[in-house]
Design a protein around this ligand. Structure first.
Ligand code: AMP
Length: 455
């Protein structure tokens, strides 16, 4: 396909040619005609796909078609999470708009505000801004957006992660309702979807990239949490009504039972799925989960392998997976069939090594998040002491006196030890590097090892 067929203004085509672009990228071919036709748009694409030109070229075409009457006014506002991105967009727009009489300015923190105030007051046609500084300046009555035609939210997922939503809301309040809103994000999470409902009208969606890979449709978040606060954090997160179909992973079946019991005690309908449960109990658990009779299903890795349930809103890695492949399997339970979902991983200080290996394995860093309103300093039960004594994870699993947590390749259902008792196991094994067999006994904790055991 050539740029000629996309309906771009001739001066913009000339600039594109001068930039050396011979043909549009997939997101450009898909998005440009929709934007020129006046649609709101959700663009799911990563950086490097040509998404900046995908929204800039049609916007410039529309601006060129309707020169501003009278005095200059801001007609385009692009919101971006970082000043680097804002500068990059600015640079691109200047290239594509070089044959048009349009003015462009950037607004972001960390630099003097006077040139930015002047640009806003002068009615610069295209403003590229980071939400924080823009809100600050607009709050002091700089800038007039009453003639605004286009709002672009670029890297919207990152803006949400960085906590810009309240600022964005304040800014959008100042914009005309009748406008075209374009939203770009690397992923289509539940939060992004609700953002589009809030800010867009009947948007068209354009999706570019490796959709089939569950990791692309699943928003992956890491919550760092001390071990003893994991139960409280799970309860805290479950207050969110969007968490309506939640699959929780526990490494151990007894851990799974304990999680389920503690949720049930708080009135959250929960089922469990692990190898100590009879076939009938497992089928029942799945049926109740699918029908919505229970909101949470707590499962072990092996038991969850066969789960084929659509509509799981969240996967919670309550216990961090021992193997990166398990992680991919786990989070693949959500975001199925083109739907989106969230994968939440609880990461304790002891899990950091595994987290780093996982990030290498999946080839990307995971976003760290803090739970809003959660008391991270709440005193833990006496078991805090045992967590301090916990030896490094790589030593675990090599000791017979303290078997490794579920090596997920091992069959479940071997020797079980019931609830862990005290907190002394870590003392027994320190430095013990005898190679243990990977057998069924390894799927159960030695006494006192699990965080719930001493709870
Ligand atoms: P972006 O995804 O917007 O960050 O763009 C990535 C890079 O691709 C930028 O350096 C653009 O200049 C370049 N680019 C965008 N569209 C095209 C195109 N159609 N042909 C060649 N390069 C392009």
């Amino acid at each position: 396909m050539s740029f000629q067929v996309l309906g771009l203004d001739s001066k913009i085509l000339q600039a594109v040619q001068e930039a050396g672009y011979t043909e549009p990228t997939p997101i450009q071919s898909a998005a440009i005609p929709l934007i020129i036709a006046g649609h709101d748009l959700i663009g799911i694409a990563q950086t490097g796909t040509g998404k900046t030109a995908a929204f800039t070229l049609p916007i410039l075409t529309r601006l060129a078609a309707q020169p501003a009457a009278g005095r200059r006014a801001t007609r385009v506002l692009v919101l971006a999470p970082t000043r680097e991105l804002a500068l990059q967009i600015d640079e691109n727009i200047r290239i594509y708009a070089r044959h048009l009489p349009l003015t462009v300015a950037t607004v972001f923190g960390g630099v003097g505000e006077h040139p930015q105030i002047n640009a806003l007051r002068a009615g610069t046609e295209i403003i590229i801004a980071c939400p924080g500084r823009l809100l600050d300046l607009v709050g002091r009555r700089n800038g007039d957006f009453s003639a605004l035609q286009f709002l672009v939210l670029d890297e919207a997922d990152r803006m949400l992660d960085m906590g810009f939503l309240p600022s964005i809301r304040q800014i959008v309040k100042q914009l005309p309702q009748k406008r075209q809103t374009l939203l770009f994000s690397a992923t289509l999470s539940k939060e992004i979807e609700s953002l589009t409902h809030e800010f867009q009208r009947a948007p068209k969606t354009v999706q570019i990239g490796r959709r089939a890979n569950p990791a692309e449709t699943v928003t992956q978040l890491v919550y760092e949490v001390p071990k003893h606060l994991k139960p409280a954090l799970l309860l805290h997160l479950l207050r969110e009504p969007q968490m309506n179909m939640v699959l929780v992973f526990s490494r151990m079946k007894h851990g799974a039972d304990r999680i389920a019991r503690s949720l049930e005690q708080k009135g959250i309908r929960t089922a469990t799925l692990h190898s100590n449960r009879s076939q009938n109990q497992r089928l029942r658990a799945l049926k109740d989960f699918k029908s919505g009779a229970v909101r949470v299903l707590v499962a072990t890795d092996i038991a969850a392998r066969g789960i084929d349930v659509d509509g799981i809103s969240h996967v919670v890695n309550y216990d961090f997976p021992m193997h990166s492949e398990d992680y991919v399997h786990r989070i693949g339970r959500t975001g199925r069939a083109q739907a989106v979902g969230d994968a939440i991983s609880f990461v304790t200080p002891e899990d950091h090594g595994e987290l780093r290996s996982l990030e290498r394995f999946i080839g990307r860093g995971l976003v760290r998040k803090r739970a809003e309103g959660f008391d991270y300093h709440a005193a833990g039960p006496a078991q805090t002491e045992s967590s301090r004594e916990e030896r490094p994870r790589q030593q675990r699993g090599q000791s017979q006196s303290r078997p490794a947590p579920a090596r997920s390749r091992a069959p479940q259902g071997g020797r079980t030890q019931g609830r862990g008792g005290g907190g002394g196991a870590s003392r027994l094994v320190s430095g013990n590097r005898e190679g243990g067999n990977v057998n069924s006994s390894r799927v159960v904790p030695s006494s006192g090892r699990r965080p719930f055991g001493s709870r």
